[in-house]
Structure formats: C-alpha cells, structure tokens
Design a protein around this ligand. Structure first.
Ligand SMILES: NC(=O)c1ccc[n+]([C@@H]2O[C@H](COP(=O)([O-])OP(=O)(O)OC[C@H]3O[C@@H](n4cnc5c(N)ncnc54)[C@H](O)[C@@H]3O)[C@@H](O)[C@H]2O)c1
Length: 183
C-alpha cells in the first residue's frame, strides 16, 4: 500500500469536522492520529468513519486510490495528547468554536511538538491572531477552514496569522491540493 511519504497528521477533536478531516487526509494516503479529550470519543469516531467508508465504497463514492480497509488502517485513536502528537508533521485542530478552548488546546499542543510542526485550526469565525495568541512559535500557525461537508466539497480556505511564514502556507497548500484532488 502506498501512503503519502509515510506522513502523519494529528486531528484534535473528533466531532463532525474532525471525522471529516480524518477521512479526507486518509483518502490522500496520510496516517491520521485522532485525539479527543472526551473518554471514548476518538475510538467512537473511528468506528463511525469505518461505517462511512464502507458505505462510500459500496456506493462507488470513496475518495482516493486506497480501499476502505486500507484507509481505515491509516487511522488510529488516542486519549493521550502526547501520544497522539508523536510523529506528526501537521496538526489540524477541530475542537469547539470557543476562543479560550482553542487557545488552551494550542498552548498544550505546543508542549509536545517540535517547532517545525504546522499548527492549523478549523475555526469558522475566530481570527488567527486570537486563536494563536498563546502560541510561542506563531510562524507555523494558520487557519485551514473546510467548507461543509468537507468530504464532498473540495474547498479549504487558508488564512495566515500575521506572522505565518510563506513556507508554511506553501506546505499546507501542497497538502490540501494533494488531498483535495483525490477523486
Ligand atoms: N460544523 C461545521 O459546519 C463546520 C465547518 C467548518 C469548520 N467548522 C469548525 O470546526 C470546528 C469543530 O466543529 P465541529 O462541528 O466538528 O464541532 P463538534 O462539536 O461536532 O466537535 C468538537 C469535538 O471537539 C472535542 N473537544 C472539545 N474540547 C476539546 C479539547 N480541549 N481537546 C480535544 N478535543 C476537544 C469534543 O469532544 C468534540 O468531539 C469548529 O471550530 C468549527 O467552527 C465547523
């Protein structure tokens, strides 16, 4: 099975959007580690995704070159944030749309990842300068806002923080183009 350069993405929060991102990234061959702070929620998310992938495959609507079984094998669930972040090059945050929650989530994430790891938020309405206000290394931060429903609408808005460097925008654009051009 060919995976995308064996790259790993961590999805934080496994509600509607977290599950959708996990499916989109797996369709592009990325390994996806799913974390949620509610006990059992990330594991339930993987079970829900399994059901959706099987239904999509049966309806010939599955995205990407991999089978539903292969895509499912790329997913794993975590209740420990440090373990969930281990090995990730990209983090997609999908927690509640509450500024304080997102700020503290990013502050916590930063304790467990290297400076080169890209931190991306799914926020719909919050501005990047607020969301990332408590992050030390803000040059690697941006908003990647998916249009709902993300599995079917292949459109993501990329919004930089004032300090975001071009390389981070380009790397995220590359990733999003790769996963959005899967069938
Ligand atoms: N729903 C949409 O149409 C839509 C579209 C685009 C973007 N968004 C954005 O995506 C984000 C998520 O939205 P959603 O609809 O999936 O929400 P949701 O309520 O369905 O899911 C949020 C998940 O985050 C988890 N969570 C909360 N606090 C956490 C924490 N501290 N650490 C880890 N997990 C935590 C919750 O347990 C829950 O599973 C929001 O910022 C929202 O604005 C939503």
């Amino acid at each position: 099975m060919s995976t995308s350069e064996q790259k790993t993405i961590t999805v934080i929060g496994s509600g509607l959007i977290g599950r959708s991102w996990a499916m989109v990234f797996a369709s592009g061959g990325y390994r996806v580690k799913i974390y949620d702070n509610q006990a059992g929620q990330a594991a339930r998310a993987v079970m829900e995704i399994r059901k959706q992938l099987e239904e999509l495959e049966e309806a010939h609507m599955l995205r990407g070159d991999l089978t539903s079984t292969q895509q499912l094998a790329l997913l794993s669930s975590y209740e420990d944030l440090a373990q969930a972040l281990e090995g990730a090059f990209f983090v997609q945050e999908c927690v509640f749309e509450q500024l304080e929650v997102k700020q503290s989530v990013f502050q916590e994430i930063e304790c467990f990842v290297g400076k080169e790891v890209i931190l991306s938020s799914s926020t719909s309405c919050l501005v990047p300068s607020s969301v990332f206000a408590k992050v030390q290394e803000r040059s690697r931060c941006l908003v990647s806002h998916p249009v709902n429903p993300p599995y079917y609408v292949k459109l993501v808005e990329l919004v930089p923080h004032p300090e975001t460097v071009t390389a981070v925008m380009e790397a995220t654009h590359y990733l999003m183009t790769k996963v959005q051009t899967t069938d």
